[in-house]
Design a protein around this ligand. Sequence first.
Ligand SMILES: [Cu+2]
Length: 118
Amino acid sequence: MSPSTVKRTVTTALCISAAIIGYATASIAGEDASPSAEHKVDIRDFLYNPDSIKVKVGDTVTWTNHDIVPHTATLSASDVGTGPILLSNEGSLEMQASGTLTYHCRYHPEMQGEILVE
Ligand SMILES: [Cu+2]
């Protein structure tokens, strides 16, 4: 999995405007632009919930942290991730290629999740 398979955005609730931390975009030749969906994953008590989700190419996965400590959702194969997500904040990744992605928290490697992109 290359780092160019997701696009990363992180929003900070405490800021007036959303902060876009970084992009790793890739164009996908031959893919139709179908309406993309957003999928929510809660982080609570050091667990991703749900810990496995199925999405389509172009969809966005948004993690919301309900813990007092920061977490990340970092793709295990590429090390691309949301960056630190603080309490009550969100981090998002846009899925730009199909495949099965496993991810973890950079600070708590025992936290594991899976995204099936089809
Ligand atoms: Cu964590």
